[in-house]
Design a binder for this molecule. Sequence first.
Ligand SMILES: Cc1cc2nc3c(=O)[nH]c(=O)nc-3n(C[C@H](O)[C@H](O)[C@H](O)COP(=O)(O)OP(=O)(O)OC[C@H]3O[C@@H](n4cnc5c(N)ncnc54)[C@H](O)[C@@H]3O)c2cc1C
Length: 463
Amino acid sequence: MPVDMGGINAGIRFHRKIRLNAAKQSVTHQRRQERDRRRAQARLRVFPRDRKICQTAARFRKIGAVQDGIVKGTEATMILIVGAGIAGPALGIALRRAGIDTVIYEASDRPRDDAGAFLNLAPNGLSVLRELGLGRRVDGLGFQNDRLVFHNETGRMLADVAVGGNTLMRGALSRALREAAEEVGVRFEFGKALSSVTVRDGGVEARFADGTSAHGSSLVGADGIHSRTRYTCFPDAPKPSFTDIINLGGVVHTTLPETGTAMHMIFGRRSFFGYAVRPGGETYWFSNFAQKEEPRGTLERFGVDRVRRDLLHLHRDDPPEVTQILQAITGNVGAWPVYDIPSLPVWHRGAVCLLGDAAHAIGPHVGQGASLALEDAFVLAKCMRDIPDAPRAFATFEHLRRDRVEPVVKQSRRTGRQKAPTGWIGRKMRDLILPTFLKSSAQAAQELYGFALDWNERIAYEA
Ligand SMILES: Cc1cc2nc3c(=O)[nH]c(=O)nc-3n(C[C@H](O)[C@H](O)[C@H](O)COP(=O)(O)OP(=O)(O)OC[C@H]3O[C@@H](n4cnc5c(N)ncnc54)[C@H](O)[C@@H]3O)c2cc1C
C-alpha cells in the first residue's frame, strides 16, 4: 500500500501543533493563574492582620467581580472620589478594607509622582498609614525628623523641641498611596478634571472637563484647597484666603554638616528659613517670606537665577548656612502661596462630602495638613462602613472631625504670623517669649499626635 508520507507528516505536524498550542495555552493559563494569585496575595498583604478584608476580597474573587485586579462595582454602590493627592487614595484603600467599591478621578493627565517638594508627616499621619498597612512602604521613603531647633537671625538657638515625624517627597507619598490603592482594587482615572456635580435621587453624576461623566451612589471631594467640588456643590462656602506668606523650597547639595534627625528653623531678619542636611550633603530647605498681595500666576515666570538672587538678597543678614544653601540652588525651586480656610459652615450636602484640604484647608506651619487628611480618610471610611445611608455617614464624619481639625487650622495661622519679620524691639521681644511659646506649641503637638485609631470600633449615627 502506498504510504502517503506527506499526509502522515502533515498529520504529525497537525498533532504537534495541537500539542504545542495546548502546551502554550497551558503555560499562558498557568501564567495567568500565577499572576492572579500574586495579585490576590498582594491585595491581602496590605491588611495582613485584618481577617475581614481577606474575607471580603475572597468573596469578590469568588463571585468573579475582580477583573484584572480591579473590583467592578455597580453605579448603585460605587463611591466616586475626586482627587488622587493624599486624602483620595487613602480613602480608597480604607473603603476597600470595608468592602466598598471606589473609583478615583484625578485632573492631572498622569500620576504626579514628581509633584511638589517635601513635606513632614507627623506621627498621627504615620499611624494612619501603618494602620492601613502602608508602614513598610513609607518607612523607606523619607528620613526621620523628630526635633526642631529654632534660631534667631544671628544664629543664636532659641529652642530645641521634640516633634516627631518623617520628611519625604510629596510625589513619593502620593505614589505609595496610589500603588497600595491599586493593589486592593481601587481604579484610577487620570485626565478627569471635575467640572460639575449633579445630585439626583439615589445617586450623583460627576461631569468632567473632557466632556465625559460618571455616575455613582455618592461623591467625595478630595480635590484639595481650591476644590472644584466645594465651588460647585457649596457655592456659598467661604473661599480660601491668602495668608500673606509665600513658601519656596527644594532639595540641593551642600557641604554642610549633617543635621541628624533635627530640622533647623531660623527666624531670619526678613524671612523665615528651614533646613535639614542628610548624609552626603542632600539638603532640604524652605523659605517663607511675607507678601501682602496675593500672587497671580507670577511665581513661575521667574527663572532660577532670578529666584536665587532674590532669596540671597532676602536672607543677606541671616546665618551663613542659609547663604550656602541658597547659593547651591541650580534648579527646581517650588513656590506656593499659602492659603487656608478657617472654617466651612458645612462639609457635606446630600450625597456629596468634602475631605482633607477641600474641607479644612490648613497652612503648612504646623506640618499637619497631610496627616489630618489621612485621619479624615480613615474616619470617613469607618462612617461609610457602619452607616449605609450616605448623608448620615457624612454628617457623622463631620461631627467627629470638625472639633479636631479646626483648632489646628487656627494654630497653623498663629504660628505663621510668628514667622513674619519685625523691627528691632519686636525681635528682642520675640526672642524672649518664643522659647515659651514654642515649648507650649510642641506640647500641644504631642497631644495632637495621639490620635486614637481603632478600625474595629463601630460608629453609630446620632441625629
Ligand atoms: C508649601 C506647602 C507645604 C506643606 N507642607 C506640609 C507638611 O510639611 N506637612 C503636612 O502634613 N502638610 C503640609 N502641607 C499641607 C498638605 O500638602 C495638604 O494638607 C495635603 O496635601 C492635603 O491633601 P489632600 O489630598 O486633601 O489635597 P491634595 O494633596 O492637594 O490633593 C488634591 C488632588 O486633587 C486633584 N484635583 C484638584 N482639582 C481637581 C479637579 N477639578 N478634578 C479632579 N482632581 C482634582 C489635584 O490634582 C490633587 O491631586 C503643605 C502645603 C503646602 C502648600
